[in-house]
Design a protein around this ligand. Structure first.
Ligand code: FES
Ligand code: FE2
Length: 383
């Protein structure tokens, strides 16, 4: 089963294969090379990130009341906690005494959190609970010394967070048309089967570009993905801030040639959900590839790529696990041995000569989208 490929998308893809066409943007896009190389530009992008709803954690990482996860996100230490009520709350992992992390473990289950420095403790709902030697130290105002809360919402199996200090738009507004697509994916029931963290010498946007670039498979991956996926045949579905980029297995072109196309052949079309600013979510028959690409805080030439393979808990058995592991090997070979090394050459060139533009052609509508949306967000940013 492939995930929710509509008849329109399928027909459009069949047309492209018949006619040697692909979806096109209205115009070409020129993106300054300096956008990949200058720390000042990165600093402005990070401000944009802090106003978006971002993927903080998977809901399955917090299975029961008291479950917690700590994580550094965009330079902030964050603590996710499943409340007694079942809801997830998110706090800065920062003691109100003098700023220590109140939780040092990556994950676990606790009824309350005790700062290891001077023993201040906090309930799971962030309320300051105990202050050792308070009589001599104090007074400490209980109402004003709870953990700092971070905007957070659990939806579609994901814990979303937003660092905006003033009221951000709602998650519903942020997701827009992507909300219904995510609901359809049913990620609520999924668990993390594989969790890979890669630090690379590449600007985050180049990694995002590479993951949806349908113009390169036959050239960069001639013996691997390029043999399977049709190069330069893509359908782009604009979902406002977000979008879906569809590509197609060559197998469908063969079936068209043989005149044996049938409705089940939708399985040869794959849709890659791109959530602004830094998520690629790729449904496969067995699992979802979930890419989160985080900019480095200082260096535009570095990023942190977090790839999770998530799978429906009820479906996960030995056979499926074997197929998912094989799928990781294919991804690893293409990404680590071919995509990332090429992107590193782009990055090195951009840093050495941050002048002029890179071209995103009309046939590269999915890649254009990130840069167009980012430009809109940067223009709207308070200066
Ligand atoms: S910094 Fe946490 S108790 Fe002092
Ligand atoms: Fe690639």
């Amino acid at each position: 089963m492939n995930h929710r490929i509509s008849a329109q998308v399928f027909d459009r893809m069949v047309d492209h294969l018949n006619n040697g066409t692909t979806d096109q943007a209205d115009s070409v896009l020129h993106v300054p090379v300096s956008n990949f190389a200058l720390p000042e530009h990165l600093a402005r992008e990070l401000e944009v990130f802090r106003r978006q709803w971002l993927v903080g954690a998977m809901a399955s990482e917090l299975p029961e009341p008291g479950s917690f996860v700590t994580r550094d996100i965009l330079g902030s230490a964050v603590l996710f906690v499943r409340q007694k009520s079942g809801k997830v709350a998110t706090y800065l992992n920062m003691c109100r005494h003098r700023g220590g992390k109140v939780e040092l473990e990556d994950r676990g289950k606790k009824p309350f959190f005790v700062c290891a420095y001077h023993g201040w403790s906090y309930d799971g709902d962030g309320a300051l609970r105990g202050v050792p030697f308070e009589e001599q130290l104090g007074p400490v105002d209980r109402g004003c010394n709870n953990l700092h809360a971070v905007n957070c919402e659990e939806r579609h199996g994901i814990v979303w967070i937003n660092f905006a200090a003033d009221a951000p738009g709602t998650l519903t507004e942020f997701l827009g048309a992507a909300d219904a697509v995510l609901a359809d994916y049913g990620l609520e029931n999924s668990v993390i089967h594989m969790d890979k963290k890669i630090h690379s010498n590449i600007n985050w946007k180049l990694v995002m570009d590479g993951a949806i670039d349908v113009l390169h498979p036959q050239f960069l991956h001639p013996t691997g993905v390029g043999k399977l996926i049709q190069t330069n045949a893509s359908v782009w579905q604009d979902l406002g801030r977000h979008g879906r980029s569809f590509s197609v297995y060559k197998k469908l072109a063969e079936k068209i040639k043989a005149g044996t196309v049938e409705p089940e052949d939708r399985r040869y079309v794959t849709g890659n959900m791109v959530l602004f600013p830094n998520v690629n979510l790729i449904p496969t028959p067995d699992h979802f590839e979930f890419w989160n690409v985080w900019p480095d805080l200082k260096d535009p030439g570095k990023c942190f790529i977090h790839i999770r393979f998530v799978v429906d808990a009820a479906k996960l058995d030995e056979r499926i696990a074997g197929r998912i592991n094989r799928s990781w090997e294919i991804l690893e070979q293409a990404a680590l041995e071919e995509d990332f090394p090429m992107e590193e050459t782009i990055q090195a060139n951009a840093l050495a000569r941050p002048v002029g533009d890179f071209l995103y052609g009309r046939s590269e509508a999915p890649c254009q989208h990130l840069h167009r949306q980012l430009a809109r967000e940067l223009a709207a940013a308070p200066s």
